[in-house]
Design a protein around this ligand. Structure first.
Ligand SMILES: [Ca+2]
Ligand SMILES: [Ca+2]
Length: 603
C-alpha cells in the first residue's frame, strides 16, 4: 500500500502525466468536433440537428443552408474517384456491439447489448467461406457517377436511390398530357389477377450511345434515330421495348413467360445487358421455376439465370422484386432475393464492340443471415450503397448495413415490421444518413391500427436521428404504411423528405407528407383520398424548380408543388397505379392496371 509520503513524492510526475492526458483529450475533442475522427461524426451530426432545429424557430433563412464549418476546409470527398480502393470507407462496430463469435459451421454471430444478434454466412460455390474476404475491393462513388448512360437504369436511378427522373424539363403550363399509350396484358396466377404493371414497376428509360444502338436488334427505322428507349418488364410476362417519343415498339418483346412485378435494370456501363427478376411462378395455370435473368440486348437472348428457389436459402419463395445495382468499376452485380439472400456476382463481362458480341461468365457469392429480430426472411426493396456499405431491409423488419467486401454486417436496426420501401441515402456536411419507413403487416390484427414508423438514421452507426409515427389501418392483402420509396429533396427542396403512406384513415385513403430533414417535423401534410403504393417522383424544371408526380390506386396522376403538397394538375391514367413512374426530360412513363403503358408529357 502506498503511504502518504510516497504519494507526495509522485505529485510532480503525476501532474505532468495529467497535463499530457488533458492535452490529448483536448486535441481528440477538437478533432471529433470537426469530424476528423469517423464514427464521432454521427454524434456531431445529431448535435447539429438539434441546434439547427432550435435555430429554425428564429431564422428560417438559415434553415436551408449547411451549418457553418468553422474549420474552413471540409473533408475532401473522393467523389469523382472511380478507384474502389480510394472509395473504401473503414468502419467500427457501433457502441451497441457486444461480441462476435465464429461458429463451428464457419458462420459468424454478432451480438449487441440489447440482446439482439445476427448470424451470417458468406458462401462461395454454395459452401460457407470461413473468414471470407473479397478477392477484390468494391465500392460505389457518388450517386451521379453510378451510370454512364443518360436515363433511369435502375429503380430510383442510382446507388443512393434518389433519382427517379433524369434531365430537365421546361415547365410552362404546369399541365400533364397523355401523348401515347401502349397496350400490355394481364395474367392470372397465385390466386389473383394481375393486369398491367405492378409494384415497384418503374420503367427504365435509356438513351443508348449510337455505337451500341446500332449493334442491337432495334427496328431498322429507329437505328438512325437518337433513340431513348423505354424498357419495361410487366405483369404479362413480357419485357416491352418502346420509343419514348412515340410509344411504338422499338423492337420485339422478350417473352419471359412469367410475371415481373419489380423493376428491371439496364447495365449502367451502357453495355447491351438487361437484368430482371420474376414476381410470380404461375402464369394462367402454367407453373415454372423462379429465376433471376440476364439478357443480351444485342439479340434479346437470355445469357444467364439464378434460381430463385435457392438450395442454400432459408426461404423457398424465389420471387425477386428488388432492382439490382451494377458496380461498373468492378464488373459486379448486387441483387437481393425474396429468398433472403444477397447475391454478389462477378460477371466477367466481355464486350467486343467491333465484333458486336457480349458474353458473361459469372462467379456467384452469396450472403445469408438470420436475425434475432424476426425469423421472416425475404428482401423486396432495392439495395442502396454508400461506398462499400450496402443498405437493405427485409420482410421481418431487420435493417442492415453490410460491408460488401467482408460480407459482415456493420450494424442492424429493428424496424418493427415488414419494410419493402427502398432505403434512400443522403450525404451532407453533417454526415451520411438514410431514410426508411415500414408497413403495417406482421404487427397487423384485423380491425386494429398500428403506426407506420418513418425514421432517419445515421447510416454509418445505425443511430436514430428522428422518428415520426403515422397511424394506419391494417389490411392483410393490401398492406398499409409505406410501400413507396420517399423523395429525398434536392435543389430547392433540399430541406425536406417526402413520404407517401397508405391507409392512414380508412383502408382506401392515404397521406403524403413532407418532413423537415433536420428536425423531423412536418413541413406539410396532405390527405390523399386514394391510397398509393406508387413512389412519388421528383423532377427539376429548367428554371430550377422541383415538381412532383404522384400516382394513386384510383388511377390519377397528380402534378404536385412540393413546396405545398397541392395539385397543379390531375389526369387519369385509367386504373390503379402501383408502379412508379420514371421521368426523362419532359416525358413521364408508367404502366397501370388499365393494361396500358402511358407516355405523359409535362408541359
Ligand atoms: Ca415484404
Ligand atoms: Ca408486406
Amino acid at each position: 500500500m502506498r503511504t502518504r509520503k510516497s504519494k507526495k513524492n509522485s505529485l510532480l510526475p503525476a501532474l505532468v502525466v495529467f497535463t499530457v492526458i488533458l492535452l490529448l483529450v483536448f486535441t481528440a475533442l477538437v478533432l471529433m468536433y470537426f469530424g476528423k475522427i469517423p464514427g464521432i461524426k454521427a454524434m456531431d451530426a445529431k448535435r447539429s440537428d438539434i441546434s439547427a432545429s432550435t435555430a429554425a424557430a428564429t431564422n428560417t433563412a438559415a434553415e436551408s443552408k449547411q451549418p457553418p464549418d468553422n474549420t474552413g476546409e471540409p473533408e475532401k470527398e473522393p467523389a469523382e474517384s472511380t478507384n474502389p480502393d480510394e472509395l473504401l470507407i473503414s468502419w467500427q462496430n457501433p457502441e451497441s456491439f457486444a461480441a462476435k463469435k465464429i461458429m463451428s459451421d464457419g458462420s459468424v454471430r454478432k451480438s449487441y447489448n440489447d440482446g439482439s444478434s445476427i448470424q451470417f454466412w458468406a458462401m462461395v460455390n454454395n459452401k460457407t467461406a470461413k473468414g471470407y474476404k473479397a478477392p477484390y475491393n468494391m465500392a460505389f462513388g457518388s450517386p451521379d457517377m453510378y451510370s454512364e448512360l443518360e436515363g433511369v437504369t435502375t429503380f430510383r436511378g442510382n446507388n443512393f436511390r434518389n433519382a427517379p427522373s433524369w434531365g430537365s424539363c421546361n415547365v410552362k403550363e404546369k399541365k400533364l398530357e397523355i401523348v401515347w399509350t401502349h397496350d400490355i396484358g394481364a395474367v392470372s396466377g397465385v390466386g389473383s389477377y394481375w393486369p398491367g404493371a405492378g409494384w415497384t414497376g418503374q420503367p427504365l428509360l435509356v438513351h443508348w450511345s449510337e455505337e451500341v444502338r446500332k449493334l442491337m436488334n432495334i427496328n431498322e427505322d429507329l437505328k438512325a434515330k437518337d433513340l431513348v428507349e423505354v424498357i419495361y418488364p410487366v405483369f404479362d410476362g413480357k419485357v416491352y421495348f418502346l420509343d419514348l417519343e412515340t410509344g411504338r415498339a422499338s423492337r420485339p418483346e422478350i417473352n419471359i413467360g412469367f410475371t415481373t412485378k419489380g423493376t428491371g435494370m439496364v447495365d449502367p456501363r451502357g453495355y447491351p445487358l438487361f437484368y430482371s427478376g420474376q414476381g410470380l411462378n404461375e402464369n394462367n395455370g402454367k407453373k415454372g421455376a423462379f429465376k433471376y435473368r440476364i439478357f443480351n440486348l444485342i439479340n434479346q437472348k437470355e445469357v444467364f439465370s439464378l434460381q430463385g428457389s435457392d438450395s442454400v436459402a432459408f426461404r423457398s419463395w424465389g420471387a425477386n422484386d428488388s432492382s439490382a445495382l451494377l458496380n461498373r468499376y468492378t464488373d459486379t452485380l448486387i441483387n437481393c432475393g425474396e429468398n433472403g439472400l444477397v447475391y454478389k456476382v462477378k460477371l466477367n463481362t466481355k464486350f467486343d464492340k467491333g465484333a458486336g458480341s457480349i458474353s458473361i461468365d459469372p462467379d456467384v457469392t452469396k450472403y445469408r443471415y438470420k436475425s434475432s429480430y424476426s425469423a421472416n426472411q425475404g428482401i423486396e426493396n432495392s439495395p442502396a450503397f454508400y461506398r462499400n456499405l450496402m443498405y437493405f431491409a427485409d420482410n421481418g423488419g431487420t435493417i442492415q448495413c453490410l460491408d460488401i467486401n467482408t460480407l459482415e454486417p456493420v450494424w442492424i436496426y429493428k424496424s418493427d415490421d415488414d419494410t419493402d420501401s427502398t432505403i434512400t441515402l443522403e450525404e451532407t456536411a453533417d454526415g451520411v444518413f438514410l431514410y426508411t419507413a415500414n408497413e403495417i403487416d406482421k404487427r397487423g390484427k384485423a380491425g386494429a391500427r398500428a403506426n407506420c414508423n418513418i425514421r432517419k438514421l445515421n447510416a454509418l452507426t445505425g443511430e436514430l436521428i428522428w422518428q415520426r409515427d403515422y397511424s394506419c389501418a391494417y389490411q392483410d392483402y393490401i398492406n398499409g404504411g409505406a410501400l413507396a420509396t420517399p423523395v429525398v429533396g434536392k435543389n430547392d427542396i433540399s430541406d425536406m423528405v417526402i413520404f407517401n403512406i397508405a391507409l392512414t384513415g380508412t383502408t382506401n385513403d392515404g397521406t403524403l407528407v413532407a418532413i423537415d430533414k433536420r428536425t423531423g417535423k412536418e413541413v406539410w401534410n396532405r390527405h390523399l383520398k386514394a391510397y398509393s403504393w406508387s413512389s412519388p417522383v421528383d423532377f427539376l424544371s429548367d428554371d430550377g424548380k422541383t415538381y412532383l408526380i404522384l400516382c394513386d390506386f384510383l388511377g390519377d396522376m397528380h402534378l404536385i408543388d412540393p413546396k405545398t403538397g397541392q395539385d397543379m394538375d390531375v389526369i387519369s391514367v385509367g386504373g390503379n397505379v402501383e408502379a412508379s413512374p420514371a421521368v426523362y426530360n419532359d416525358m413521364a412513363v408508367v404502366g397501370t392496371y388499365a393494361k396500358k403503358v402511358y407516355g405523359v408529357r409535362i408541359k
